[in-house]
Design a protein around this ligand. Structure first.
Ligand SMILES: [Zn+2]
Ligand SMILES: [Zn+2]
Ligand SMILES: [Zn+2]
Length: 171
């Protein structure tokens, strides 16, 4: 069993081959859509690729700008409809605190998602810790609270930015 608690484990190494991440994500998305009979149109696929361009959440405006490079006349509603589709299929997550979207690495599993967001470089890593999910559910149940959305967003400093700070401090 691989050790998920390893330091920085949720954050992909800086120099990893991101094309592999993208390909894996695209293949999963295509398979999931096919299985559900949902149509991953060219445009939806393109929006998905833009969201997945890195491990940094992307705002709708940036997505629209990037989309227009290929789909010239794309209007905001087009982007929002594509984003809604991707959200419904669980292929991406919406981060409320940043008003932006990020690709999901485990779309095959239904989950709320917990995110560690770097306030310095903007990297976001998804962790799916059942214990956190259960604690939220139990706490809400004890309070008699009906939960609508369980996505958790934690802000801080990613391992790379901490490392940069340490080396800067050490001269
Ligand atoms: Zn990657
Ligand atoms: Zn996810
Ligand atoms: Zn960072």
């Amino acid at each position: 069993m691989k050790n998920r608690r390893r330091r920085g484990g949720a954050f992909p190494p800086r120099n990893h081959d991101h094309r592999l991440c993208m390909n894996r994500a695209l293949n999963k998305a295509a398979a999931i859509c096919k299985k559900r009979g949902a149509r991953l149109t060219d445009l939806r696929r393109r929006v998905f690729e833009i969201v997945w361009a890195g491990h940094k959440p992307q705002g709708a405006y940036h997505i629209l700008e990037a989309l227009r490079r290929r789909h010239g006349g794309a209007q905001p509603p087009t982007v929002y409809r594509a984003l809604d589709f991707l959200l419904e299929q669980g292929l991406i997550h919406r981060l409320e605190s940043l008003n932006s979207y990020v690709g999901c690495s485990v779309p095959e599993v239904i989950h709320a998602g917990q995110f560690l967001i770097c306030g310095n470089c903007g990297l976001a890593a998804e962790i799916n810790d059942k214990r956190i999910d259960e604690a939220v559910r139990d706490g809400a149940a004890e309070a008699g609270f009906a939960v609508a959305k369980r996505t958790i967003e934690v802000e801080g400093l990613c391992p790379f930015c901490q490392q940069a700070e340490r080396s800067a401090a050490n001269g």
